[in-house]
Design a binder for this molecule. Sequence first.
Ligand code: NGF
Length: 289
Amino acid sequence: MKKLYSALMTAFNEDDSINEQGIREMVRYNIDVNKIDGLYVGGSTGESFMLSTEERKLVYKIAYEETAGKVDLIAQVGSVNLQEAKELAKYAVALGYKTISAVPPFYYHFTFDQIKNYYDQILAGLDTQLIIYSIPALSGVTLSLDEFAKLFENPKVIGVKYTNNDFLLLQRIRAAFPEKVIYFGTDEMLISALPLGIDGAIGSTFNLNAKRAKAEIAAFEAGDIKQAFALQDVSNDCILDLIANDIYPSLKLVFEEMGVHAGCSRAPMSKPTPEMRAGAKKIYQQYFA
Ligand code: NGF
């Protein structure tokens, strides 16, 4: 069966400090209730590019301790600062993470050779495996099939987390690299990626909606395409409502409705307004109660 990973969120207190207990509660919910296959720690949903190096390490540590080997873990270590990425990779591997992931270096429009060198340097001397985090809409870095091929030449690069709506490129990567793992990252388009041979999905909304997404995958694998689409339709109503209500803070507000103390998001993300709280309550009642 294809794997489902939640992109772990970072819980913050009202004063923007890290809420350790909140992170632990979300990890537990993902393991005990969602029965998730794994957690993607330190990605976009974790608001990681707004954390200091020490805070990123703390989140890896909390997730590692709280999972206690029960589910797979992937540490996203990418940074525009290569020294930070290397330090985080070293730290995560020493903690016990079997797999790391990294967004390409962003902001400065690096050349492909510079991007390749970045991945090779992160991996140099580390006994680990890496999944490229391809998310062109946020990173501004679009990789071509030939460029994926060059990155995959490093045997430690085992695949890609593909948060991109270019399905032609996805199909071409699958056909060219059957041995590499591909985790899809746009939750609202999961149904379109399933027939293209993805190995699973990693996303923010699975923190809440894992059961429905797993049922969709099971229906798809059993050949019940109609049921798979029906489940995706419900998920999409939910995901679009979350997006309209400001997705990251709202995922946490819905968690609160479930009794999971997920805290809030860090500025410059929004703090919950009364309207957002009302929206989140409605989402909880409509899709999860
Ligand atoms: O948050 C984004 C931005 N994408 C996530 C996911 O791909 C990011 C996706 O689940 C992720 O896994 C991570 O690094 O934390 C969306 O939130 C979801 O599909 C709703 O649009 O693209």
